[in-house]
Structures are given as C-alpha cells and as structure tokens.
Design a protein around this ligand. Structure first.
Ligand code: RTP
Ligand code: MG
Length: 167
C-alpha cells in the first residue's frame, strides 16, 4: 500500500478456525449476522479506536471489514436519512464529517446488532450506565463516540452504503 492510500481491511471467505473467538466457540455458532459500527470522529480524535474495538472483540464479535475514512456530506446524509428535518440533523452531519471515522462491519451470532447496542449504551452519554462505551468514555450527546445499526434492516442498508456487497 502506498502512502496516502486509505487503509481498508476485509476478511472475506470462510471464517478462519484458528482465530480465537471466545463467544463464538462457547456458543458453537458461526457468525451469521453483520452490523455496521462507526467509531465517530471524536473517538478517532481521542485515540479510542483500540479501546472500542477491544470491547467488541472481547465480547466475542469479529471485525470483518474496516476503513478509516473521511465521511463526506452526501454519504452522511444517506446514512442519517431517518433524521433529516430534526433539530439536531445539521449538527449531526457536520460532526460525522468533521474528521476521519473508523467504519466497520462487525459479525457475530443472531442479534449482533443488539449486542453492539448494549455495549454502546444509550444515545445520551450522560444517561449511559458505567460499563458501556458511552457511559464510561463520553459525556456529550453529539460526541457519543460510536454508531451501531439499530436493527437488521438498518444494518443491511448501512453496510450497503459503506461496504457495497458485504451486507
Ligand atoms: P447513532 O445512530 O449515532 O448510533 O445513535 P443512536 O442510534 O443512539 O441515536 P439516534 O436517535 O439514531 O441519533 C443519532 C445521533 O444524533 C444525535 N442526537 N442528538 N439533540 C438531540 O436530541 C439528539 N438526538 C440524537 C446523537 O449524536 C445520536 O447518536
Ligand atoms: Mg441511530
């Protein structure tokens, strides 16, 4: 890879059996569901990518695609289309485009989107309980570090935006 090229990682094909995956091995079930996770610009700026990925991996989920990328306004507006017209929409789009974000496809058992949402904690970090990513590491509503799809349909739609063909 030459300098200046965006780093993009894919783990395609059969899931390698030699990689330790505690959750998966304990359950005996292969990863069957994918969801979209974004370490938002504040997470990248604060050097928290590793912390967030570590929490996802320790839970037993797998990163199957990842790209550190500057999200442009057009992509942000597609991703957050459901919020168009809301009072916080402009701030939200400005924020997500502010600086590079780490965009990932995360895989695990059925209900993986919900597992991720549980690890994230509620939208408002001020109300997020300790032990969650937002509860432990953030205080502000907009700067809440992480995005996770809010259901299987959202996951498929969002993965298609960032990683066409991977949903
Ligand atoms: P996300 O989509 O980013 O994963 O967050 P979420 O599902 O927990 O929350 P959602 O309702 O989808 O809102 C998207 C993002 O918009 C900001 N927000 N601001 N000022 C407000 O009332 C307000 N409500 C939401 C948050 O940054 C939230 O993550
Ligand atoms: Mg949402």
């Amino acid at each position: 890879m030459s300098l200046g090229q965006p780093a993009r990682l894919f783990a395609e094909g059969p899931e390698p059996s030699h990689i330790a995956q505690p959750g998966r091995l304990a359950l005996g079930s292969p990863p069957v569901e994918r969801t979209l996770v974004i370490c938002k610009p504040d997470a990248v700026e604060r050097g928290l990518i590793g912390e967030i990925i570590s929490r996802l991996e320790r839970k037993g989920l797998r990163i199957v695609a990842a790209e550190l990328r500057a999200i442009d306004e057009d992509t942000a507006s597609r991703h957050y289309a459901e919020h168009l017209g809301k009072s916080f929409y402009d701030d939200l789009v400005r924020f997500i485009c502010r600086s590079p974000a780490m965009v990932m496809v995360v895989a695990g058992p059925e209900g993986t989107w919900k597992v991720v949402r549980t690890l994230m904690g509620p939208t408002n970090p001020a109300e997020a309980p300790p032990g969650t990513i937002r509860g432990d590491l953030a205080v502000e509503l907009t700067e809440n570090l992480i995005h996770g799809s809010d259901g299987p349909e959202s996951a498929a739609r969002e993965i298609e935006i960032f990683f066409p063909g991977l949903a």
